[in-house]
Each structure stands twice: as structure tokens, then as C-alpha cells.
Design a protein around this ligand. Structure first.
Ligand code: ADP
Ligand code: GLC
Length: 491
């Protein structure tokens, strides 16, 4: 089965969040499950510079205001996954974020940049760009790739099935309705049954309305987005899709995130050889100027600093954490006010709070390995990956019980501890007090080494590999394309 994934970022070349981790790992897992997978990515500088063995597939010609474009086919470094690149320098070859200029504003031509990506995806699906490879299914990720689904729907002879995955409903790709004229779609697409959203144009709706199936990245988030509280104005559209919407939990790339082999760490460790983790903690404390010692429970956080992530709750709960002898190590970037608040907290509490503002992949590994617990107090969380990395690294998650966090962390209630199922600490209310209670419980558990080590071993024994998710996507692909399962293959 030939499957084309369309998305805007990929680990390790271009990453603003978990979407990149997913697009780096899921295609490999699908290939291992027997699918013939290729990716389509925009020709951002880091992608054009790194993809190996590039060959020109065809000229795209002038479109979406780009003077000309070329479709190239190459291979991801290391994984060798085949990558199509939309090489349209005028639209994509610019420094910085895939979505924003350096001043934080959206690129002014995002409507053309991501319409172009979707249009090329649909043309590939129609077999019009690469006669040597026509996908039977196109899988588009987030609003950046969602227009693929609208262009496939506008091109009825296309046989390819379509799947759209919502990684985060908060980012919708909204543009002025006048931009519709740039898209080259029939006018019937600019209706409430199509891309129209409160007199604007919504790329997210293109995916939600026109994909044959909609998935999101955890079963709980799939239910949540059908509600007013989590639907970001699109809950009615989600409800309208009924049983076409489902959740498939993300996995962890076990090669990138493995404490037994992780070259970024001061020492390596495994569930049966945990001494290395203590060394990682001391090394992290030394690196950050935190007071050294095994006793102080060290809480870590690696995150985009946005309102989604519940960092205001953490600022509110910080005094309690510090009063009970805890330490905080934070790595993140984003909202300037949140950045400033954590920098100020670090200055006010030297030796107990450290805040590193910026993006650093290797340091994220050292932080997650060195901390005792990883905080994810999100207001909403489609899946969340850092709690999964925490589980794998024996760094117990302290999470709000929403979205994928609810699906992946088992709270250390007395009952769950007795049944040897507990893997972390959860709380419900989006309040500093509720987070404070969860932190208190974690600190109390940390004070009992045998209890804490039991939780760590249980956490590290969890299997969140991509294999299970790949099998679920394969089942969906087979259903949509009418492909029978191949005997002897698990996919
Ligand atoms: P989201 O996609 O909403 O940002 P996820 O938890 O799914 O949240 O994924 C975040 C990914 O980005 C993880 O791989 C995490 O380690 C990484 N990350 C976030 N902020 C930073 C940072 N400042 N430095 C390094 N890695 C980061
Ligand atoms: C989004 C979500 C996050 C999820 C990631 C990968 O960025 O915010 O929860 O883990 O996508 O699917």
C-alpha cells in the first residue's frame, strides 16, 4: 500500500514541537509494518540542505505566486525514508520558523505557502506529478497540510483515500476570506460546508470537512474536541463527522529516546541499572547551578512556553514546591511574559530554580534524564510527548488529567500503587492549588526511596513504541483503501 504523508516539519531537520517528532518516527514504523511510505515536505532551507540523493521529479511551474517550483525526491538522512520536497524558493527558502518571521508574526504569505503544499500533495495523489509512484492514500497533518484534502476533493478522478490528523486544534490556519480567490478552488468550497469559518478562511476546516477520516493523537483528545471546552470553535464540525473521528495515541521513537544508549547524557542507565540516572541528576544540577544532592526532588519541564501548557499554574504552585525543598529546572521558549517570569523566578531562587530560555535538543535529553519528575500541567494536551519521554527515562510525570496525558499516565493512588500500575501523578482542576497537591504527593513519594523506585520501574516498563500506533493506522488505511491484510504481517 502506497501512502503519502504531508506535513510541515520533521525531526531532526525542522522542529517546533511534537509534530516533527511524529513525522520523523511514524513513517518509519509504517514502513516496518509493510507500507510503502513517502513524505511530502515544503522546501525549507534545513530540508533542502539535508535531504540526501535529491533528484528532480518534475517542474511545478508558476503557481500560488511562486515564480517556479520543482518537485524533488530524496531520502531522509539515517532513516532513508523517501521525501518529496516542494522546492519553491520564493515561498520556502527563508530563515527561521516554518510559520513565523523572527518578530513572531505569521509569514504574510502563509496562505500561499501552505496552499501550495496541499496542492502538490493532491497533484501527487492524482498521479499527475510522479508517474512512477501514485499513492493509494494521502495522510495530511495539521492545518499546514490540510488543504491537500480540499484539493483532492476538488479533483474527483483522484482515487486516493484521505486521512487528516489533528495534532493541535488551537492552531487553525485562519486567513481573510478574500484570500479564497488565491486558492483556485470552485466557489462552492467557500461555504460553511467547506472552508468558510465566521467570514474567514480556515485551512483546518479543509481537513476536518474533506478528509475521509479524521484522527487525532489520543483517544481522550478525540472525545474532548467534540466539546465546547476543547473544540476551539470547531466542536460542531467535529461532532458533525460523528464516527469518522478517532484517536490514535502517538508513540516514542525508541532510538532517539533511550536512556541506555543516549549519547547526550552524562551516564547511561536502564531499568535494571539505575545508577546512571543519579549521575545524570548530579550532572544536571551542576550544569544549571542548582544545589547538588540526591535528596532534593528535582522537577523538570521542557516545553513551548504558551498558554496551552499551563505554566501560569506552575508559577502559582512554585512557592509550595520550593517550601518543601523541591528544585525546578525549566527549558523553554515562547511567550515573552512567561520567559521573563521564569527567569525572574530563577534569579529570586538561585540554587533552587533554573530557567534556560531557548531551544536545545541535547539539553532537553539531559534535563529529562536528570530530573526526578517531569511537569506537564497543560490546560489541554492533544497527546504530549515529554511525559512519554519521562516515563521511558524513569522521570515520573506530574500531569493534568487531559488529552493524551490522561491516556498515558496512571496516577499513584493507593489502589494503583498496590496493583503495581502507577506511573506518575495526575490532577484535574486547572488551578495552582490542584497542581500544588500533585507536587506535594510527588515530593512525599520521593521521600520514600523504595516507593519511588517502584514507580520508576513501572514507568520504564511502559511500552509506548510506535509499533502499536502504526498497526492502528494500517488498519484504518486498509479499511479506506479496501486492501486486505497480508498474511504473516502484523501491519
Ligand atoms: P507540543 O507539540 O505541543 O509542543 P509535545 O509534548 O508533543 O508538545 O512535543 C514537544 C516536543 O518539543 C518534545 O520533543 C520536546 O522535548 C520538545 N521541546 C519543546 N520545547 C523545547 C525546548 N525549548 N528545547 C528542546 N526541546 C523542546
Ligand atoms: C501537538 C500537540 C501535542 C502533540 C503533538 C504531536 O503539537 O500540542 O500534544 O503531542 O502535536 O502529535
Amino acid at each position: 500500500m502506497k501512502v503519502l504523508h504531508v506535513g510541515a516539519e520533521i525531526f531532526p531537520l525542522v522542529k517546533t514541537g511534537g509534530l516533527a517528532d511524529v513525522l520523523g518516527a511514524l513513517p518509519q514504523a509504517l514502513i516496518a509494518a509493510g507500507a510503502d511510505v513517502r513524505l511530502l515536505l515544503p522546501g525549507l532551507p534545513a530540508i533542502v540542505d539535508a535531504v540526501l540523493h535529491q533528484k528532480v521529479v518534475c517542474e511545478i511551474g508558476p503557481c500560488f505566486g511562486a515564480a517556479r517550483g520543482t518537485l524533488r525526491l530524496g531520502q531522509m538522512p539515517y532513516s532513508k525514508v523517501p521525501i518529496y520536497i516542494v522546492d519553491a524558493p520564493y515561498r520556502y527558502r527563508r530563515p527561521g520558523s516554518p510559520y513565523q518571521a523572527s518578530d513572531g508574526s505569521e509569514w504574510a504569505d502563509n496562505v500561499q505557502r501552505f496552499a501550495l503544499l496541499g496542492w502538490v500533495g493532491a497533484q501527487l495523489a492524482a498521479g499527475e506529478l510522479d508517474p512512477a509512484w501514485t499513492p493509494s492514500l494521502v495522510h495530511a497533518h495539521d492545518w499546514h497540510a490540510a488543504m491537500t484534502c480540499a484539493y483532492v476533493a476538488a479533483h474527483p478522478p483522484t482515487a486516493a483515500a484521505t486521512v487528516f490528523t489533528v495534532h493541535n486544534l488551537a492552531y487553525q490556519g485562519l486567513f481573510p476570506s478574500g484570500d479564497f480567490a488565491l486558492l483556485g478552488l470552485p466557489s462552492r468550497f467557500m461555504a460553511s460546508s467547506g472552508l468558510e469559518y465566521h467570514q474567514q478562511l480556515s485551512f483546518m476546516k479543509a481537513g476536518l470537512k474533506f478528509a475521509q477520516r479524521v484522527t487525532t493523537v489520543s483517544p481522550t483528545y478525540a472525545r474532548e474536541i467534540a466539546t465546547h471546552e476543547f473544540g476551539f470553535g470547531l466542536d460542531g464540525v467535529i461532532r458533525g463527522r460523528g464516527g469518522d473521528v478517532s484517536g490514535v495515541l502517538n508513540g516514542v521513537d525508541g532510538v532517539v529516546w533511550n536512556p541506555a544508549t543516549d549519547a547526550s547524557l552524562a551516564a547511561r542507565y536502564s531499568p535494571t541499572q539505575l545508577q546512571g540516572k543519579a549521575k545524570c541528576k548530579l550532572a544536571l544540577q551542576a550544569e544549571l547551578g542548582l544545589k547538588p544532592g540526591a535528596e532534593a526532588p528535582l522537577f523538570g519541564l521542557v516545553s513551548r512556553l504558551t498558554s496551552q501548557k499551563g505554566l501560569d499554574l506552575l508559577l502559582g504552585a512554585l512557592p509550595g514546591l520550593l517550601r518543601r525543598g523541591g528544585q525546578l529546572a525549566l527549558q523553554g521558549s515562547g511567550d515573552p511574559a512567561l520567559e521573563a517570569a521564569f527567569v525572574a523566578a530563577a534569579q529570586a531562587h538561585p540554587g533552587a530554580v533554573a530557567a534556560r530560555i531557548g531551544y536545545d535538543e541535547a539539553f532537553a535529553h539531559r534535563l529529562i534524564a536528570g530530573a526526578d519528575a517531569i511537569l506537564v500541567p497543560s490546560r489541554f494536551e492533544p497527546c504530549g510527548l515529554t511525559q512519554l519521554y519521562g516515563l521511558r527515562y524513569g522521570t515520573l510525570p506530574v500531569v493534568r488529567r487531559v488529552g493524551g496525558l490522561a491516556d498515558t499516565v496512571v496516577d499513584a493512588s493507593d489502589e494503583a500503587v498496590q496493583a503495581d500500575r502507577a506511573t506518575g501523578f495526575s490532577f484535574d482542576a486547572a488551578t495552582p492549588a490542584a497542581l500544588d497537591t500533585a507536587i506535594q504527593r510527588a515530593i512525599a513519594a520521593h521521600a520514600e526511596p523504595a516507593r519511588w523506585q517502584g514507580l520508576m520501574r513501572r514507568a520504564m516498563a511502559q511500552d509506548f513504541s510506535w509499533t502499536g500506533a502504526a498497526q492502528k493506522y494500517m488498519a484504518l488505511y486498509r479499511q479506506l483503501t479496501g486492501t486486505p491484510a497480508v498474511a504473516g504481517r502484523t501491519g
